[in-house]
Structure formats: structure tokens, C-alpha cells
Design a binder for this molecule. Structure first.
Ligand SMILES: Cc1cc2nc3c(=O)[nH]c(=O)nc-3n(C[C@H](O)[C@H](O)[C@H](O)COP(=O)(O)OP(=O)(O)OC[C@H]3O[C@@H](n4cnc5c(N)ncnc54)[C@H](O)[C@@H]3O)c2cc1C
Length: 565
């Protein structure tokens, strides 16, 4: 069998190596149009700050290593420019322009995706404008900044790549602004959660321009529009990271089908409509396990899994394609952020009835010196309690918590399963009842209608409408900062003062994170109150939710002072 693979990074290299492991006799040729194969795209931004000291460290395998270790022929600077399906061959163009034909029995397309560069942006082709996809791109960008002494950098696009580039340039000492068209960065997170990241970026000196569209780039500035407002932001260099589009040029030219999301259409074995041609990675539309639809997913882990599945099928093995759930993580300065499965927006879009648990427990036992709160949002289906997704942000180990939820989702777990999940514990790693167990307990209280809650995004409306809000924190905590119209009845006095709480109007309870107010709520419920609500996330959650917009928009705060501890 002769297999030709187009593209030599996450998808292509994984497919080629797996085929070799399964078939010692196969002839395997990997074509890559760039200078390098098997480099770490995901580490590219860290070269800008010197975290990755040299560009050569970004390259994981050389063509020579592929040949000596795996007997795979790698041809760099070799672009596949056409697939002749009738002849079962690929036309390859070398760097000097020479072309030749390479025949195949099976062909694997792993050409990745291309950064989107909107034609509508004037000056997008200027020499101070960059995109980041490979080693050459990052070297060009770093060299430009180093040699021109650029001081002001603008990143357009607040996804994973844009944020990583922004952070690394701050670490390298530049003034960084980030312009994002939506009203939030990081689409996979919900608006309420992402406010924590907005705050972190603002605190670390990044100027965030949300709901703003870049319209033009000059040698010294970026022009953008926020509604009717015109912005001009100083910019010596600009990085466009507005998103990527599947690379489908070859596939389209060869008459392979492309789906509604503009990715190459594949079946559950990653075969295109030509059964001898497979496609994997960022270039394809892949099955979403959560919404049962095909979509685009530009992540390295799924690209490698798809490659393995395609290789298995090529070699006569079967693969149960359960689809992707979408798990990802990101560091934003001191905050770690991770998410998996569905967020609220996706659950709404899919028409799945859901509710949420939002908790802010310590990530380690509180007396440990590096214990911090972790903001954790769990989304579950109503009435089944099936876990749909989660988001976690904090200074501690969010990925462990989100990986637990990803496992739960993959196994079809429910809140009851998560409540019972026995996780390892020591005070230096977590709490006896871990963050994820806590979220399940809160979720079950909500699911079984034991408590009713309001969310941090509803509190401003409550304050402005003069709702009856009780702050059950102790007096000194209240005095350090509180909701402008909250009444203070500390939990330690609550039993004795319960008669002060009116029965005929809705009552909203909060404390620092929602736990003490839950205890107070139980007292109210036990005393016949039916119209009482816990504020999930409570004062810490409210402070984190409100802060960025208060600062950025010059909005009047609903608190006398914030509390971020
Ligand atoms: C800066 C950055 C940071 C990232 N961080 C993360 C992260 O933290 N976590 C994560 O999961 N994902 C991350 N990703 C995404 C991840 O890198 C991609 O999802 C993954 O690399 C996709 O693999 P792929 O093989 O489909 O495409 P690619 O890795 O892009 O490889 C495709 C290759 O095909 C070559 N090619 C294209 N057309 C042809 C042709 N006609 N002939 C020959 N060669 C061709 C291209 O030159 C390219 O090298 C990041 C991406 C970038 C750019």
C-alpha cells in the first residue's frame, strides 16, 4: 500500500506515524509546503516572550528523524497543488517551481486552516501586519518587533491565539491593546465567567476594546469602530488573529464535498466522498457529540485523534466515532481558564433545557498558603441532571477539574454521579469535597428544587429596582464593601433575627461565595419562607462580574467597594 499524506503537522504527522505502526510494509510519503514538519503550533506565542528560548526548540521532529525512526519519507517545501482522482495521483510543486506527480493508493489530507484576513480592513497587507500559524510567521513577527523597536502592539481578535500573543508581548515589555468584535473575549466561555479574564487583562495593562471592529491599519495606528464611535489606537505592529478558515483549496479543486461550515465533509471514518481520500484536523467538519451536528473545531488533540482514526481505517481497523465535546484551556497571566462541553449559549442554541451551578470554593484547603478561590460553572440538563459542560477560572489547577467534567460528559455522567465521584485529596491539592463535587451538590439542590437561585448577572437589576437583599456576612466584611442597598444580618445572628425578614416579598440572600447564604436560606425555608433566593457566586462573584464593565464604561458601581479575595 502506498499512502501519501498532505500536511506534516498535528494531523498529517500523526496519521503517517500511526500507519507505520500498523503496517511495516506500507510506503508512506508526507508532503509539507512549509520548511518544517511536526512543530508545536501551540507553543509559538511563547517564543515572543522568550519562554521558548529559540525557534528551533519549536520543532519536534525533523524529516531525517521521520525517515530513520519511522521509515516515512518527508518532503518539505513540497506543495500539493492538485489531486488527479482519476489517475490516483497528486501533483507536487517544489520550491524552485518544478512539478511532478506522486501516485497513491490512499491519500490523507491534513492541510490545516488559514488565518482569516478580512479584505474589508484597509491596510491589512501592510508590512507591519502579521498572522501567526507556523514557525516562519512567528519568527517574522519577532524579528520585526525586535529590529524596528516596536513599542505599541495591537492584537485583533480575542480568541486563544490572540490572547496568548497579547500576554507574551506584555511579558516582553510592549504596550498591548486587544480589539475584539464581540462583547467578550474567548467565545467558548460565557459572558459572566469571562469578566474575570477581562479584569485580569485590564489589571495586567492590556487595553481591551470590546464590541469594536478594526477598519483600517496604518504604519502607526489601528482604526476601529465601536458602534458609531471611531477609535484610533497607536500601533507599530498589528497581529490579526480573527479566526481561521479550513484550507479546502485542493479538496474543492478535486471535487471533494465541502460542508455548510466550509470544512471538508467526511464520514465517521474521516473518508471524504472519495473513499480513497481521507481528511482530518482543522480542515474538516467533524461530528459534535453535544449538539449532534457537524462543525469546525480547530484544536490539536482532536486533530491527532482524527488522524489516528483515519489511519486505523486505512489499515482495516475500526474506530467508534463518538464525536468531539470541545475541551480547551488557556493561561491568562495569573488566571488559568478551562472549559469543556456546552456553555449556556450553546445549550440555548441546541434547545436543551438546562440550569447551572456557580460556585467559588477554595481550590485547596483555606489555610494552605497558595489556596485561592476557583470560579466554577457547571451546566446540566433539566430534568435529567445530565452534565452538559463546565467552565473554570482561577489561579489553581482548573484543568484537573475540567478534565474530570470532560470524562463525566464522555461517560454520560449526571449530577448524582459527580456528587459521588471519589477524587483523591490532600490539603495541598484540593479540599475533601472537591470543587467539582461542590458544584454537583449545588446543582442537585437546584435540580430537586430544594433551593432557588439568582445569578450574578441579575443582581444589578435587583439593586436598581430596590429588591430586598440580605448580606449574611459578618459586620466587618459588610463594612469593607457591600451592595448599595443590602441589609446586613450576619449568619451568626440570623436565627435570632429571622423575624426581621419579610415573608410577603421576594428576599435575596448572599454572603461571600454563596455557602453561608445557603445556610441562611435553609433557615428561612425551614421557617416557612417560600419566596427566598440564594445569589449564586455571591459578593465575590458579583465583584468579579461587575468590575470590568464598571471601569471600562465608567458605569456607577452597585457596590460600595469590591472584594476580590
Ligand atoms: C499559535 C497557535 C496556538 C495554538 N494553541 C493551541 C492549544 O493550546 N491547544 C490546542 O488544542 N490547539 C492549539 N492550536 C491549534 C492547533 O495547532 C491546530 O488545531 C492543529 O495544529 C491542527 O492540525 P492540522 O494538522 O489540521 O493543521 P496544521 O497543524 O496547521 O498543519 C497543516 C499543515 O499542512 C500544510 N499544508 C497545507 N496545504 C498544503 C499543501 N497543499 N501541500 C503541502 N502542505 C500543505 C501547512 O503548511 C501546515 O503545515 C494553536 C494554533 C496556533 C496557530
Amino acid at each position: 500500500m502506498k499512502v501519501v499524506v498532505i500536511g506534516g503537522v498535528a494531523g498529517g504527522a500523526s496519521a503517517a506515524a500511526r500507519i507505520r505502526r500498523l503496517d511495516e510494509e506500507a510506503e508512506i510519503i508526507m508532503l509539507e509546503r512549509g520548511d518544517y514538519v511536526s512543530f508545536s503550533n501551540c507553543s509559538l506565542p511563547y517564543y515572543l516572550s522568550g519562554t521558548v528560548a529559540s525557534s528551533s526548540a519549536l520543532i519536534m521532529m525533523t524529516p531525517q528523524a521521520f525517515l530513520s525512526r519511522h521509515n516515512i519519507q518527508v518532503r518539505v517545501n513540497s506543495e500539493a497543488i492538485e489531486i488527479l482522482r482519476d489517475e490516483k495521483c497528486v501533483v507536487v510543486q517544489e520550491k524552485d517551481g518544478k512539478t511532478y506527480k506522486e501516485s497513491y493508493d490512499k491519500l490523507v489530507l491534513a492541510p490545516g486552516a488559514n488565518p482569516v484576513v478580512p479584505r474589508s480592513i484597509q491596510g491589512a497587507g501592510n508590512k507591519n501586519v502579521f498572522t501567526v500559524r507556523n514557525v516562519d510567521d512567528i519568527c517574522r513577527l519577532k524579528e520585526y518587533v525586535d529590529t524596528t523597536g516596536a513599542k505599541n502592539l495591537v492584537v485583533a481578535g480575542g480568541g486563544f491565539v490572540g490572547i496568548e500573543i497579547a500576554e507574551n508581548f506584555v511579558d516582553a515589555g510592549l504596550n498591548v491593546s486587544l480589539v475584539e468584535g464581540a462583547d467578550q473575549i474567548m467565545g467558548p466561555f460565557d459572558y459572566d465567567m469571562v469578566q474575570i479574564l477581562h479584569k485580569e487583562m485590564m489589571d495586567k495593562g492590556i487595553k481591551l476594546y470590546l464590541s469594536s471592529m478594526v477598519t483600517a491599519i496604518t504604519e502607526t495606528s489601528v482604526k476601529a469602530k465601536k458602534g458609531e464611535q471611531e477609535l484610533e489606537i497607536p500601533a507599530d505592529a498589528v497581529v490579526l488573529s480573527i479566526g481561521v478558515a479550513p484550507e479546502t483549496t485542493l479538496a474543492v479543486k478535486a471535487g471533494l464535498e465541502v460542508g455548510a461550515r466550509r470544512g471538508i465533509k467526511v464520514n465517521h471514518n474521516y473518508q471524504t466522498n472519495d473513499p480513497d481520500i481521507y481528511a482530518v484536523g482543522d480542515a474538516v467538519e467533524t461530528f459534535g457529540r453535544m449538539n449532534r451536528q457537524y462543525g469546525i473545531l480547530a484544536l490539536a488533540g482532536p486533530a491527532q485523534r482524527e488522524a489516528r482514526a483515519a489511519a486505523d481505517h486505512i489499515c482495516g481497523k475500526y474506530h467508534n466515532n463518538k464525536g468531539y465535546i470541545g475541551s480547551s484551556c488557556l493561561r491568562v497571566f495569573e488566571q488559568n481558564a478551562a472549559c469543556t462541553g456546552m456553555n449556556e449559549k450553546m445549550a440555548k442554541q441546541a434547545g436543551i433545557p438546562y440550569d447551572i451551578a456557580y460556585v467559588l470554593p477554595p481550590d485547596k484547603v483555606g489555610i494552605m498558603p497558595d489556596s485561592h478561590y476557583m470560579a466554577f460553572k457547571l451546566i446540566f440538563e433539566v430534568p435529567t441532571g445530565r452534565i452538559l459542560g463546565a467552565q473554570a477560572i482561577g489561579k489553581g489547577d482548573v484543568t484537573r477539574r475540567i478534565d474530570v467534567i470532560a470524562t463525566m460528559i464522555t461517560m454520560g455522567g449526571t449530577l448524582e454521579d459527580l456528587k459521588e465521584l471519589e477524587l483523591c485529596y490532600s490539603p495541598v491539592y484540593g479540599t475533601a469535597k472537591d470543587v467539582v463535587n461542590m458544584a454537583a451538590l449545588v446543582g442537585l439542590n437546584v435540580l430537586y428544587d430544594r433551593i432557588r437561585q439568582v445569578h450574578v448577572d441579575q443582581v444589578r437589576g435587583l439593586v436598581e429596582s430596590g429588591a430586598y437583599i440580605i448580606d449574611v456576612r459578618e459586620k466587618n466584611e459588610y463594612e469593607a464593601g457591600h451592595l448599595k442597598n443590602a441589609i446586613n444580618i450576619p449568619l451568626s445572628e440570623f436565627r435570632g433575627r429571622i423575624n426581621e425578614v419579610p415573608k410577603d416579598i421576594p428576599v435575596y440572600l448572599h454572603c461571600r461565595t454563596g455557602q453561608r447564604s445557603y445556610y441562611a436560606l435553609c433557615q428561612l425555608l425551614g421557617n416557612g419562607y417560600r419566596n427566598a433566593y440564594n445569589v449564586s457566586g455571591s459578593f465575590l462573584g458579583i465583584s468579579l462580574y461587575e468590575y470590568f464593565n464598571d471601569q471600562a464604561e465608567g458605569r456607577e458601581p452597585i457596590v460600595t467597594a469590591y472584594n476580590f479575595k
